[in-house]
Write a protein that binds this ligand. Structure first.
Ligand code: PLP
Length: 292
């Protein structure tokens, strides 16, 4: 079966799907995107992803190309046509196609790309062992709250992780703060058992998974503090883990050459991973998962 993609109003075989060389996404990364997890053929936190896409576009003064309901119809169609049971939906909206010039073109229509594919997902076997992460300097721009396609710093950080046979790279500011990771949010459990993660704002992407985990942790009575924490604190943490759409909750057992605690996934991370998995299973058990 050949994969089907959606590009600017048309469903087309994936390998034939193309964008213009004048699309501003290709020249300026003038675009925002979303990645949603598909579980049992339905999306996880779909409404949250739609809201964040609308916000990213609004911050970039790019018009939302269609209503969230219309975009949902396309997502649903692609999940169905590509027979995705577990996988991801990718949505990208650029400012549009215009002759190259930095300032916004006078009249331009946003370009829309949507794909859906199976595979890619959090592995329970990996999570049971926990993962190693590396660190990289956080050299990104100052609007990390916008989910924009300009991801070179993230790509370089993830490549450094890959070269070190690590799962992820923690992004660290020059003053030692762990903001997040190249494609996930970072969490630590302090010696007193409290859960700590960087507050939202311009410094990190407000992860949709992060928001759900905060809710689940609070419901479970786990004390949570949203504050910046340093790499030094992380290295001495009782537990460390990552969260994200394709990561769910991933325990971290090693940062660089330093083993975290006893080198095994911690009880808070394991508990939250289970709670998150139950949340995903429950939410994707009915078509209400597509509601926006
Ligand atoms: N932080 C960054 C930089 C990301 O790219 C991502 C996801 O791709 C996340 C955090 C996690 O966000 P979410 O839970 O919405 O996937």
């Amino acid at each position: 079966m050949s994969h089907v993609a959606y590009v600017n109003g048309r469903y087309t075989p994936h390998r034939e799907a193309v964008v213009s060389i004048d699309d501003r996404a290709t020249q300026f990364a003038d675009a925002a995107y979303e990645v949603t997890c598909v579980w049992s053929g339905r999306p996880v936190d779909h409404a949250g992803h739609m809201t964040r896409l609308a916000r990213s576009l609004s911050e970039l003064s790019i018009a939302m190309p269609m209503s969230p309901a219309a975009l949902t119809v396309i997502c649903r169609e692609l999940v169905s046509r590509n027979r995705v049971n577990r996988g991801i939906i990718y949505i990208q909206v650029s400012r549009g196609i215009a002759p190259r010039a930095h300032a916004f073109p006078a009249r331009v229509k946003p370009s829309v790309i949507v794909t859906a594919r199976g595979g890619a997902g959090p592995s329970d076997a990996v999570a049971e062992m926990g993962v190693k992460v590396t660190t990289a300097e956080d050299i990104r721009w100052k609007r990390r709250d916008i989910k924009a396609t300009g991801l070179l710093p993230n790509v370089l950080a993830r490549q450094a992780a890959s070269a070190a046979k690590a799962y992820e790279s923690l992004l660290v500011t020059p003053d030692g703060v762990v903001t997040e990771a190249s494609a996930s949010n970072a969490w630590m459990v302090a010696a007193d058992g409290s859960l700590i993660t960087h507050p939202t704002g311009n410094d990190i992407l407000a992860g949709i998974t992060r928001a759900t985990i905060l809710k689940l942790a609070r419901e479970a009575g786990i004390p949570v503090t949203e504050r910046a924490f340093t790499l030094k604190e992380a290295l001495a943490a009782r537990e460390m883990f990552l969260s994200g759409t394709t990561t769910f909750v991933m325990p971290v057992v090693q940062i660089g050459e330093t083993t975290i605690a006893n080198g095994a996934p911690g009880s808070v991370a394991r508990d939250l991973r289970e709670r998150y998995a139950a949340y995903v299973a429950q939410q994707t058990s009915t078509d209400a998962a597509w509601n926006v």
